[in-house]
Write a protein that binds this ligand. Structure first.
Ligand code: FAD
Length: 589
């Protein structure tokens, strides 16, 4: 054991440098060769949000109980938090660094929590904006899906008068007529669309452009946005497809969602592996049928949202993998059986998924009375190309819009090959989600603003990256798990939202997922690492051996470089990688 040292008088003490005056005259910062800088980095969730939401920002506001501010922060970028909080496949969560320590944050459920909170607290409709100013130019939006409505919303917030033309009697696109009510209650959608209308956006339903209204009738609009989606179900191209008892997935869902009567039999085969197939299957189940899904690849290649597949299985739908229809057999013109062929997987095709190859002689039949093909969606009106030319013949659109592989070609600003004609969402991009459609509608709105102001279209990232209406000044460096200081974080399990029981679910179309209450929302938001984002935790300040860091106006920290010796402890200690170290030489004038 070491002996205790006791100083009885001053004379016992060793020589120590002491000063009776201030030492601040000694600017120890001059020894430094590296310097710390407060630089927020890009959190992986923000980076992966196709709608461009500041996820880390709104989770921080939830933790502070500032729900209104959190909801407004989302609404700044995305007019559909209630929709996305329910149906988004949440790519933000797949990259969440928390995934390594207890499971990704349930971001989409928190987004939904805020949207539900805004409804129950009757928050203001929409967000304040300038009164529409037609001197800026009027914009026509074709299609009221998430792409068109997001474009209209952002343009309205920028002060433009916007009219949305919608072919159907109701607005919302696939959010209304594709996604079933048990995943997205209509009052949620109604409310968010009403918020958009509250900004002055006019939605003209029952108005199909190219039919009830010609493009040439829109001449007094100075810019067009085409967000018509992909409305046509791709055919299977097998014998018997025209028989009674065959109804294509989109048509089936549209009818059910619009409250029309649909004849669906006792035994249904759904063909396909995407969201439309799973939704059609779960809808048919709720209408009382026994349902089998046939998918030509394996579960690993299935493009539908993983949770939806799980839920379908839990509800009693069977999925037959590696099988494709080869013939629909009929009796008196009605479906009686489905002949299928077994498949095996070959090399990956252009989609990156392994190509299904039929196994010769492996045909088998299943007894069904209804077949719902739901294999893909296509551009409904191939003549867009030509029709757009009639909008402003003077603008050299005689050649029409370029369409490639069934989609309207756009550049990074969302501009088509026609001047003043922009496009986005499913008709122009291959991503196929609501959040991507919201992001591309916003991109076009920002570009239309530049266009109408006579500016050069600039500053747009590639189409697979999000744009922000209110960009945050952050380093593009995306924070990885290993960038964090894990000493500060313990493993905490993710909270899952409750669901209705399977028995309750299959009885009808009531919402399956029940969302978070305030307590769960707080607990889940607490788990967020705030990757790359200073949240004023004071760790840097506490650890600085030179007392060179100070809080400034409770907004952030300031390093006093006269005294910071560049030891780097602040950056090393920072739990969330919000401090960068740079070589001093860079800063020497
Ligand atoms: P759409 O939503 O298709 O909207 C286009 C609108 O344009 C429609 O209302 C159409 O009637 C209208 N229109 C077309 N032609 C004209 C015209 N000539 N004049 C006027 N109006 C016209 N995504 C997710 O993120 N999560 C999900 O869970 C999910 N599930 C889905 C389930 C189903 C069954 C389907 C079909 C899709 C699903 N998606 C999901 C995909 C998502 O809904 C789409 O990617 C998204 O809606 C595309 O938005 P959009 O605005 O481009 O087109």
């Amino acid at each position: 054991m070491t002996e205790e040292i006791v100083f009885k008088t001053e004379a016992d003490m060793p020589y120590l440098p002491m000063t009776l005056g201030t030492t601040l005259v000694n600017k120890t910062g001059s020894w430094r060769y590296i310097r710390p800088l407060y630089v927020d980095k890009t959190p992986p969730c923000n980076h992966n949000c196709p709608a461009g939401s500041d996820v880390v920002g709104y989770l921080a506001l939830i933790r502070e109980g500032k729900y209104k501010e959190a909801w407004e922060l989302i609404k700044q970028e995305n007019p559909f938090p209630g929709v996305c909080g329910r149906v988004c496949p949440h790519p933000c969560e797949s990259e969440c660094n928390r995934g390594e320590l207890g499971g990704a944050i349930a971001i989409h459920t928190l987004e939904r929590f805020l949207a539900d909170w805004a409804v129950s607290n009757n928050e203001e409709r929409g967000m304040s904006n300038e009164a529409p100013d037609s001197s800026l130019g009027k914009v026509a939006v074709i299609g009221s899906g998430p792409a068109g409505l997001s474009c209209a919303y952002h343009l309205a917030r920028l002060g433009y008068p916007v009219t949305v033309f919608e072919a159907l009697p109701v607005a919302g696109g696939m959010m209304r007529v594709g996604i079933p009510e048990y995943r997205l209650p209509r009052e949620v959608l109604d409310r968010e669309i009403a918020d958009i209308e509250a900004l002055g956006v006019k939605i003209k339903t029952n108005t199909r452009v190219g039919d009830n209204v010609k493009l040439s009738d829109l001449e007094d609009y100075q810019a067009l946005f085409i967000g018509v989606g992909l409305q046509k179900s791709r055919k299977l191209n097998v014998p018997g497809e025209d028989a009674e008892g065959v109804i294509h997935g989109l048509e089936f869902l549209k009818k059910v969602n619009l409250g029309e009567e649909v004849q669906v039999g006792a035994s249904v085969a759904v063909i396909g592996g995407g969201n439309t197939a799973i939704d059609a299957a779960r809808t048919a189940l709720r209408l009382g049928s026994e349902v089998t899904i046939l998918y030509r690849r394996s579960r690993a290649e299935m493009p539908a949202i993983a949770e939806e597949i799980e839920e379908a299985l839990a509800e009693g739908i069977s999925i037959r993998y590696l099988a494709a229809p080869s013939r629909i057999l009929t009796e008196d013109g009605r479906v009686s059986k489905l002949e299928c062929i077994k498949m095996r997987l070959g090399e990956p095709d252009e989609s990156g998924r392994r190509r299904p190859i039929p196994i010769e002689g492996s045909e088998f039949t299943i007894e069904v009375d209804t077949v719902i093909p739901a294999v893909a969606q296509e551009l409904e009106n191939g003549s867009w190309k030509l029709e757009v030319g009639s909008w402003r013949p003077a603008l050299s659109l005689a050649e029409g819009l370029e369409v490639e592989q069934g989609r309207i070609v756009i550049d990074e600003a969302g501009l088509t090959t026609g001047e003043g004609v922009f496009a986005g969402g499913d008709v122009a991009t291959p991503f196929g989600t609501v959040a991507h459609a919201v992001g591309s509608g916003k991109r076009a709105a920002l570009a239309i603003d530049q266009y109408l102001r006579g500016e050069e279209l600039a500053g747009f990232p590639p189409l697979d990256e999000a744009v922000q209406a209110v960009p945050k000044d952050v380093d593009p460096d995306v924070v990885r798990f290993e960038d964090l200081n894990l000493a500060y974080f313990e493993e905490l399990e993710r909270t899952e939202q409750p669901q209705k029981t399977v028995e309750e679910r299959v009885r009808g179309f009531e919402e399956v997922n029940l969302g978070f209450g305030e307590e769960e929302a707080q607990a889940e938001a607490e788990r967020c690492f705030s990757c790359g984002t200073c949240n004023l935790c004071d760790t840097c300040l506490i650890f600085c051996p030179d007392v060179a860091i100070a809080r400034v106006d409770h907004k952030g920290y300031e390093v006093n470089y006269d005294y910071c010796k560049g030891c780097g402890i602040c950056a090393e200690e920072c739990p969330r990688y919000a401090i960068s170290i740079e070589e001093e030489l860079k800063w020497k004038k």
